[in-house]
Design a protein. Sequence first.
Length: 93
Amino acid sequence: WTRTPLAVGFRVKRLGINPGAPGFAYPFWPHKSMRDAGDLPHILLAGDCADAAYVFRPVPREGGDFRFDLMATFGFEGTVGSIAVGYCGAVNS
């Protein structure tokens, strides 16, 4: 495995006990068919003390390599420590 940063430059918005940014990364597929096809997952990143959450999408490169591009940023007025991802049966994908 080669360690590769997804993104850099996250800033802690306020001081507190053990401040840090970003937090945990959660892989997910926007549609179950993408998972079943063996596509790379998207990444939902908890910003922790950056007071935000981020969505990154996989982008293929030549030679079978890939990178993740920032797709969306969601700002909040507080710590984003943990995030849940799930599929809603009432929504067609």
